[in-house]
Design a protein around this ligand. Sequence first.
Ligand code: CU
Length: 286
Amino acid sequence: MNRKLSRNCHSEQREESLSPVPCRGNRDASLRSARQSWSAKRAALTLVLTLLAALLACTSKPPAPTTQLQAPATPIDPATTASISGIVTFTGPPPDLRAIDMSNDPGCHGQNRAETVLVNNGKLANVFVYVKEGLENRSFPVPTKPVTVEQTGCRYFPHVAALQTGQTLRFLNHDTTSHNIHGLARSNDDWNDFQSVGDPPLDRVFAKPEIMLPIKCNQHPWMTMYANIVPHPFFAVTAADGSYSIHGLPPGDYTLVFVHEKLGERTVKISLQPRQQAAANATFQP
Ligand SMILES: [Cu+2]
């Protein structure tokens, strides 16, 4: 009998590694001990799983947006918005706009002149005017309509483009020659796109703000333009008569900056009251 029990015990002992079955007379105590041990293991396992779940919850969060593109737009009360408008003046003799020799490419038709400093009756065109400070806590919807750049007569038009981050800058080739649109971006990615005759539009989207981003053409060294990208819609480019206007600004304190591709920057601090139509002018010298 004892031998039989002993055999059974040995048999159970051999299986202990697979199943925690006690062998001796203190079987109940062993069972309690095993249950306590299992409870402790289960608690530890639960703790580990909880920590793992917390870790996964942290690591599986969507990446933080690198731009304001995904942020919901901040409501602006249209009944209180203000505007800024003005004139940009150039003092001194207007620079001579040299004619550009395009004879090396018969596909470049018409006349073309340098347009670095465009002055008309003392007023300066192609100045980018934008709100640099005062909108940091707001976000704005991205326009779905692209800003279009036409390549006609081997010239970019407009010479100074302006758009929002996330908006499309679309290049069209109307010429009977190829262009190679080369953006020399500093904050955004550089690019170099070949666009042949009759090719479809080429689109670029900019994730980051960048002021006076130069865009060249590798085929035609005189072709230059600038793109200005800001994270809000409060900007303008001065027209041929030096005028600009910016509408729809919420009341507040702002830093307005005028930027010219060659002549530098001018800064104006401005405080807008509800529905105010403010004026802000700037003057550039040679
Ligand atoms: Cu070109």
